[in-house]
Design a protein around this ligand. Structure first.
Ligand SMILES: Cc1cc2nc3c(=O)[nH]c(=O)nc-3n(C[C@H](O)[C@H](O)[C@H](O)COP(=O)(O)OP(=O)(O)OC[C@H]3O[C@@H](n4cnc5c(N)ncnc54)[C@H](O)[C@@H]3O)c2cc1C
Length: 435
């Protein structure tokens, strides 16, 4: 029987704090109690602000306890694409900020003693077709020269030292990315925010808000609140409480399967260095060993927008055994999904509009970005100069013909699947004979 709840919940299930009365006044209302909302709440409460954080589900039940736990702080567009779209200065500043955000997460976990099994394992990105290997090697050079990140190309002949597969044509290894237990990170943040004095209301939706008398009147499912500031940290779960925001963030289902425990020998053969993994396919997969290195957690786009059919799980099983043929038919214990938030230019954002703060749009890389952006939004409210950010520029544009239901995603999924299929013969032709 495959569980439809996250593997992470076996050891750190989301819980709703005991319900207490909603206070009718406070300094800051935060919508969403994932990494973004809790990080903002922690920063504000420690600065002495009176904060209430609302989540319509149990805190963390959004993406923050469902994700792969790969602490990448990735930016989807390439550096070249960013230069074209935003200019060289912003493109470089975003790259530097990603590095600072990754380092800050590691320092935060250590300093606050958050028990979330963080390990700076490194990440391997596999070239799905041979011509992509050169691009990954060039990027590794740039990472070393420009960002002083330890990164290098791994030719196919040496790939088995990193990943036990013939599937890729070599790849890139960078040492500044690691893995953690995402639900334990969330638990740690929740405890710290509550200890600092933030009041967290689970299972209490924010229904809407209006600007009033230099602040906001916020309607919640359990009463009205007058607040000086509001922060939206709702990312891929943004609902009708802010229709303007909802038109700008496309919720995309991402799914992960967990294998049953594998033998030590097999894990050592398939994942000898225990690194996090990514790849260059259009519909790319991300995967990793569990923190105790007994299983493989394998994720990718789900492809559906409603219901819970079996085929996305079957797709992931197939993709897993394409990479590791020895895992064909392996038992799967968990298969679950959650929502990531994509925006039109695929850059995470911190911005304000009519006084309201937003920290959203991490495009599937929020383990690093969400905590960082929540903290930045809080610093902005506090008038702290550390609130400055290269991610703080014009809000993402509205997505045409989209009002919250991503009807076009199955078409996008089919298109990307087709592109990868068309590339498949090239992959086969280019693949040298097996070991
Ligand atoms: C399957 C999966 C795998 C992923 N893997 C990775 C990974 O390996 N690495 C990585 O960096 N990122 C990954 N991500 C992305 C990452 O999990 C998110 O970017 C991050 O958790 C976002 O945090 P958040 O606090 O902004 O949003 P969330 O954790 O999604 O929280 C938003 C919250 O807002 C609440 N909410 C919405 N509307 C309202 C309302 N009206 N009133 C009250 N509450 C409301 C929701 O209930 C929700 O709990 C993955 C995501 C998924 C789903």
């Amino acid at each position: 029987m495959v569980q439809s709840t996250p593997y992470w919940w076996e050891t750190a299930p989301p819980t709703a704090p005991p319900q207490v009365a909603v206070r009718s006044k406070c300094d800051v209302v935060i919508v969403g109690a994932g990494y973004t909302g809790l990080s903002a709440g922690l920063t504000l409460a420690r600065a002495g602000r009176d904060v209430q954080i609302f989540d319509r589900q149990r805190p963390g039940e959004g993406a923050s306890t469902r994700n792969g736990g790969i602490a990448s702080g990735s930016i989807r567009p390439s550096y070249r694409q960013m230069v074209r779209r935003f200019g060289k200065a912003r493109a470089a500043a975003i790259q530097f900020e990603a590095k600072a955000a990754r380092e800050d997460l590691a320092a935060f976990i250590a300093h606050e003693a958050v028990d979330c099994e963080f390990q700076l394992t490194g990440r391997f990105t596999g070239a799905a077709i041979a011509s992509e290997y050169e691009g990954l090697a060039r990027e590794a050079d740039l990472l070393r020269k420009e960002l002083k990140v330890e990164a290098y190309a791994v030719p196919r002949s040496e790939q088995h030292g990193v990943l036990g597969t013939e599937f890729y044509h070599g790849g890139q290894l960078r040492n500044d990315i690691g893995g953690l237990h995402p639900a334990k990170l969330h638990h740690g943040l929740l405890r710290l925010a509550q200890d600092a004095g933030a009041l967290v209301h689970g299972e209490t939706a924010v229904l809407g808000f209006v600007q009033k008398a230099g602040g906001y009147q916020v309607e919640t499912a359990r009463g009205r609140v007058q607040a000086d500031h509001v922060i939206a940290g709702t990312n891929g779960y943004t609902d009708g409480f802010d229709p303007w925001l909802r038109r700008r963030l496309v919720p995309v289902r991402s799914r992960i399967i967990a294998t049953a425990p594998l033998s030590n020998n097999l894990m050592a053969e398939l994942m000898p260095r225990g690194v996090m993994c990514a790849e260059t396919r259009k519909l790319h997969y991300y995967y990793r060993p569990s923190p105790d290195r007994t299983r493989i957690l394998f994720g990718g786009r789900d492809g559906t927008i409603a219901g819970e059919p079996a085929w996305p799980t079957d797709n992931l099983r197939r993709a897993l055994s394409d990479i590791f043929p020895v895992l064909d038919g392996v038992d799967i214990t968990h298969s679950w999904y959650g929502h990531v938030a994509m925006n039109r230019d695929m850059i995470p954002r911190i911005f304000s509009r009519q006084g309201m703060r937003y920290a959203v749009g991490y495009c599937g890389s929020g383990v690093v970005w969400a905590r960082w952006a929540g903290q930045k939004a809080a610093w902005q409210i506090l008038g702290d100069e550390r609130g400055g950010s290269a991610l703080d520029f014009r809000p993402p544009a509205a997505v045409p013909l989209f009002n919250g239901k991503p009807w076009f995603l199955p078409l996008v999924f089919a298109g990307l699947t087709l592109q990868d299929r068309l590339n498949r013969p090239r992959r086969r032709q280019q693949r040298p004979s097996a070991r």
